[in-house]
Write a new protein. Structure first.
Length: 161
């Protein structure tokens, strides 16, 4: 089996494109395939979504909901809204989900809490994410940029959360 490190690989398996940087690959049946722990990748993506500066997209909200194995009603109840509201958010796909900035932050804090991260992660997240910035982004036309993860650094951070 031939192994190679790719500087850039676009992974679409989470419902939205994730750019993997420095990803180890393996040649299987003539095709390069990422040689990674997909569970660790999902956790790393979830943690990094919590810290991103732009609002969550519909597909990112759907990923978070599915990661925690929640249906629309259960997820909506966590944030004081109906399953129909969650469906509406998710329909935005790769565009900003038109979630109120406070709810967006609550989804991120909920994720950190459910991952059982250290308590310092709450303060760091709250200090880093500015509700005013999220509100400004939501008023502008949404421009989707693929999510990027450096496999040599970010994956290790997620495992140590």
């Amino acid at each position: 089996m031939k192994k190679k490190i790719l500087k850039r690989y676009v992974y679409e398996g989470l419902g939205f494109p994730v750019v993997l940087k420095n990803v180890p690959t393996i040649l299987i049946r003539g095709e390069l395939t990422p040689d990674i722990d997909y569970n660790a990748l999902q956790k790393a993506v979830l943690i990094l979504l919590c810290y991103k500066r732009a609002p969550l997209t519909g597909n990112e909200v759907k990923f978070i909901r599915k990661y925690f194995e929640m249906n629309l009603t259960e997820f909506g109840a966590e944030f004081g809204c109906s399953h129909a509201a969650v469906m509406k958010w998710e329909k935005f796909g790769n565009r900003f989900a038109k979630i109120g900035p406070a709810t967006d932050v609550c989804i991120r804090l909920f994720s950190i809490y459910r991952l059982h991260c250290k308590s310092s992660a709450f303060k760091e997240l709250y200090d880093r994410i500015k509700i005013q910035e999220l509100a400004k982004c939501q008023k502008k036309p949404s421009h989707f940029e693929p999510f990027a993860i450096d496999m040599s650094e970010d994956l290790e951070m997620a495992v140590n959360c």
